[in-house]
Design a protein around this ligand. Structure first.
Ligand code: BGC
Length: 976
């Protein structure tokens, strides 16, 4: 038997994290074993201040002894209380299913940052001159030099800023993160980064330098592009702590000794871009030998330190580079570079030319119908589009100059270059994608290249919209719209390790929640904060489906990563949101003032402003959006709001039960039942139709379980009718699109689900793919048939369709009960002419995969279940005797148990391991949808799932699976 190996030791979400702010970080590991059935039955953890002490008898300061437990993740460190700056090494060993111990893992470590405000000796420092508040301002350069008399043993910088900072030490850039200290709810939480700078220091003269950018803090943000949301002065707080080889300690802080000057960055703004005059660069400005006598003394400021928190999520970094795909001359005579990929980031240029030459690079997502560079579609509701223009003014010393901006990002595929001296060639310009450095975990591919492209587009919209916070789009508003996060969080958490970014963002959400529980529609609030004018718009906050992110996002993190702590930390925020909805629902809408109150009125949320379904196909223009908003102001969106009210309340009941808060669980469970009943009385007509009679409403009612089982068939029937009426096209918008195809598939309408998925004309996902999209569009209209762009071309939300690809096409799905991939389902449901599909995720337990193909009528499925997981497989045949696993009859297969047939399909339980199943595919014709799917050359059509219509037990099973969709958080939840 092969030995078990332990790998990928993690503290919180990270490997060997420096500067953590959690006093009891959670420890996790993965197991590797080349056999089936591998699992952990016990573990032992130990920790020590240095590696050698880990194995010295009696030396570890924490040793759990052997603990019987199958859990390999999220073990809180319970050693002696962690102090600021303390590093802790740890390792683990486990006992496997045979009782054999593994070897001790390789050591891992974590190091604490500064926990308390009192750890700081540094002063906040600012530029030593006054600045205008109403215009772009030059970036302050700050520096100081200092002496060290002895060699350095260990050195750390703790740093943050109001605005953005970039640090230099002895002429070297410190770290490789960009846009630090990141974006958070600055009034409440300001992130601090920790750097190991031991190797950059030397005995003798040293120098520290910092450049400050406007960033989110005082640059233009949000839909209105207002400046100075959090303040007018950028400032630095920095503490360099040095342990010298002789045991002495030196601390160099930001303080009044520092000097300041303007430099080459004439202005920097996230929306408008950066202007850099290379003629003003001061060579060696962060080196000790630099003469800073011309520089001004800095101003010392007294900004709050109580809001300092350690940086939790992964930092933003430069992640990928793209050479130009083509360089065009447009009909209007513009030189435009097409990178072939829409992304968020910036470009690096190489240029040689006369001093003072002004080179302008304007970034956009699309060309217009005539083929000219176009930004007009990025104006939000009549606002001017963001500038997205970087300017580089050449030094002109005869050498090649290489430059890229540092305090801006742009959403772009095209760059309009003006003023380039000579011919612009492909090697002169490179696009750089910049986003939070999350681990990429999920993947998908199949036999239909169009779906593969669609999936790549989803991934790129995610990469473009997870830079420090999850955003709606990377070019226009760049805002933490709560609804956008809510609809995409589950899909995104399959594709990447989102735990760090989303947990941090949830802390911002809780910090910005109003005392009455109302959640701002945008977090951090760049919509209704800052100016008095902006504050007038606070009445739009608390939109249902947006504010529900307060409950749905923590729930997703729990489901996907088994993160129970986030449920605990966000619990009050969730309760407070549901309390807000409850009180709002009790208010009477003006249209009901003259009516006698009915008992269920108090549970129908029919007051306040809600975006509603938002951006259904027919509402894809600015004029339509204005109309939709005006009607919401007058009439609210009661069915949407009541649906989300029921969903969030029901989930809160389950969360309360998970956390052992039984009284809350009972209260919210009863409340959610009342809301469901009220929904039925208010929105289900006597003919079984919903009001409004739209695809979205049926999808929501089915996905959120808003109606009793007896009503479901009628709703499904009507949903299918609505889809047919739309020519078998989707008719959903922002909120219901993520569920549409999965709900249909789970309700035995697989064929129609595939038909919607594979439509290629408007409105559909593949319309965008066929028009060459490389990201997901905000509006179904995106680029019209004349080639003109509409709204943003890079929004994650409709990319939630990727979950259908993972869960239904490839068949990989979270178990409805057990969180965190500890147990999962493999149930591919082939259709749409697809002959092979594969989805895989690097789960908290290691690689999980479902990989199937159909050849000559044989369905072959390859399943990977890592140690410590179990899976249930469901095969598209009804006869177990026809199934072979690794060449053997199923009954004789190793570690395959409980073989059975349910609802016409073979099911079996798998222990961890690698499995290869084969069976003849059972072709079923019965379906309520008319006509065959269009067949593509050389492919065998594979109709829908083999289910007998009207089978009640199947109906029940379908509901359970439907509830398992990460988009439908309605679960039978238990903690084992
Ligand atoms: C954003 C959306 C957002 C919406 C509110 C838009 O301008 O880009 O993604 O959720 O406003 O409905």
């Amino acid at each position: 038997m092969s030995a078990t190996e332990l790998y990928d030791l993690r503290t919180e979400c990270a490997c060997d994290p420096l500067g953590i702010g959690v006093r009891q970080p959670r420890l996790s590991w993965k197991m590797r074993a080349g056999r089936r059935g591998a699992r952990q039955v016990a573990y032992r953890l130990r920790a020590a201040p240095d590696v050698a002490a880990l194995s010295r008898p009696g030396a570890p300061h924490w040793d759990t002894g052997t603990i019987e437990s199958p859990r390999s993740g999220q073990h809180p460190y319970e050693g002696p209380a962690l102090q600021s700056r303390q590093r802790c090494y740890w390792q683990v060993r486990i006992w496997d299913e045979t009782g054999s111990p593994s070897a001790w893992s390789a050591p891992s470590w974590f190091e604490a940052g500064l926990f308390d405000a009192t750890d700081w000796q540094a002063d906040w420092i600012e530029a030593g001159w006054s600045e205008r508040a109403d215009a772009p301002r030059p970036a302050p350069y700050l520096r100081r030099s200092f002496e060290l008399s002895v060699p350095v043993a260990k050195a750390r910088i703790y740093a943050t800023a109001q605005g953005l900072y970039e640090l230099h030490l002895n002429g070297e850039r410190v770290g490789d993160a960009v846009l630090t200290p990141g974006f958070s709810s600055y009034a409440h939480r300001l992130q601090v980064q920790t750097y190991d700078v031991t190797a950059l220091l030397r005995p003798g003269a040293n120098a520290l330098g910092a450049v400050l950018g406007d960033g989110w803090f005082r640059g233009r943000t949000g839909a209105s592009g207002a400046r100075n949301r959090w303040g007018t002065r950028v400032a630095l707080l920095l503490q360099l702590e040095i342990e010298c080889a002789d045991g002495s300690r030196v601390v160099v802080c930001s303080d009044r000794v520092w000097r300041s000057a303007t430099g080459p960055i004439l202005s920097s703004d996230l929306r408008d871009g950066e202007v850099y005059d290379a003629q003003r660069a001061q060579q060696g400005w962060s080196e000790a030998s630099f003469d800073d006598r011309d520089w001004k003394p800095v101003a010392v400021a007294n900004h709050d330190r109580g809001r300092l928190v350690a940086s939790a999520g992964p930092l933003a970094r430069r992640r990928e580079e793209f050479p130009p795909k083509r360089i065009l001359r447009t009909p209007a005579g513009q030189t435009v570079v097409d990178f072939g990929q829409n992304l968020s980031g910036w470009v690096r240029i190489r240029v040689r030319g006369p001093a003072g030459t002004r080179l302008e690079m304007t970034h956009g997502e699309a060309l217009d119908g005539e083929g000219n560079f176009d930004l007009a579609h990025l104006g939000a509701l009549g606002m001017p589009p963001p500038g997205q223009r970087d300017v580089y003014i050449l030094r002109g010393d005869g050498e090649v100059e290489t430059w890229e901006p540092r305090f801006t990002t742009h959403g772009f595929q095209y760059v309009h270059v003006a003023g380039y001296p000579g011919d612009l060639t492909g090697d002169a310009i490179t696009a750089i994608a910049v986003y939070s450095d999350m681990r990429e975990t999920g993947s998908f591919s199949c036999s239909d290249e169009r779906l593969d492209q669609l999936h790549r587009n989803v991934v790129w919209s995610m990469k473009s919209n997870f830079c420090e916070i999850p955003t709606d789009c990377p070019q226009r508003e760049r805002s933490g719209w709560t609804g956008d996060v809510q609809v995409f969080a589950a899909t995104g958490s399959f594709l990447m390790e989102t735990g760090g970014v989303l947990t941090k963002w949830l802390a911002d959400l809780a910090a910005e929640q109003r005392p009455d529980g109302c959640v701002p529609n945008v977090v951090p609030d760049t919509l209704t904060s800052g100016s008095r004018l902006a504050r007038l718009a606070t009445w739009v906050n608390g939109s249902a489906g947006w504010g529900d992110a307060a409950v749905l996002v923590p729930w997703t993190l729990y489901r996907v990563f088994e993160d129970r702590r986030v449920l605990e930390t966000q619990y009050e925020s969730m309760k407070s949101w549901v309390g807000f909805a409850e009180r709002r629902a009790r208010r009477r809408h003006w249209t009901k003032w003259l009516r006698r109150p009915r008992e269920h009125d108090a549970y129908v949320w029919d007051t306040g402003f809600h975006f509603g379904e938002w951006l259904e196909p027919e509402n894809g223009t600015v004029a339509a959006l204005v109309r939709v908003m005006a009607s919401s102001v007058l009439f609210s969106r009661p069915s949407v709001a009541t649906g989300y009210f029921a969903l969030s309340t029901g989930l809160l009941a389950r969360i309360a039960a998970i956390l052992g808060r039984d009284r809350d669980a009972a209260r919210y469970s009863a409340l959610s039942q009342r809301i469901r009943e009220a929904y039925q009385r208010e929105f289900v007509g006597p003919d079984g139709r919903l009001r409004p009679d739209t695809q979205a409403e049926y999808v929501r009612a089915l996905a959120f379980d808003l109606v009793p089982p007896s009503m479901r068939p009628r709703l499904v029937e009507r949903l299918v009718e609505r889809v047919h009426a739309a020519g078998d096209h989707l008719g959903t918008g922002f909120l219901a699109t993520p569920f549409l195809c999965t709900v249909l598939a789970d309700e035995r309408e697989l064929e129609i689900a595939y038909r919607i998925l594979l439509q290629t004309d408007w409105p559909s996902w593949l319309d965008s793919v066929e028009k060459g999209a490389t990201t997901i569009w905000e509006s179904w209209r995106g680029i019209d048939d004349d080639g003109n762009p509409h709204l943003s071309l890079n929004h994650c939300s409709k990319g939630a369709i990727a979950s259908f690809l993972h869960e239904v096409v490839a068949g990989l799905r979270l178990d409805p009960v057990v969180p965190g991939w500890r147990r999962f389902l493999v149930e591919p449901r082939p259709g749409g002419g697809i002959t092979r599909a594969r989805a895989a995720i690097d789960s908290p337990y290691g690689l999980i995969a479902s990989d199937w193909r159909i050849e000559s009528g044989i369905f072959a499925l390859h399943v990977v279940a890592p140690p410590n997981t179990t899976a249930r497989v469901v095969l598209p045949t009804s006869n177990p005797e026809e199934v072979r696993e690794s060449g053997r009859a199923l009954a004789a297969a190793d570690r395959v148990a409980k073989v059975g047939v349910r609802n016409g399909r073979v099911t079996a339980e798998l222990a961890s391991g690698v499995y290869r199943f084969e069976c003849p595919i059972c072709v079923q014709g019965a379906s309520s949808t008319p006509g065959p799917l269009p067949q593509r050359a050389g492919e065998t059509p594979v109709p829908g799932t083999p289910l007998a219509p009207g089978d009640r037990s199947e109906r029940f099973r379908s509901r359970r699976l439907r509830m398992d969709s990460p988009h439908s958080r309605v679960q039978e939840e238990t903690m084992s």
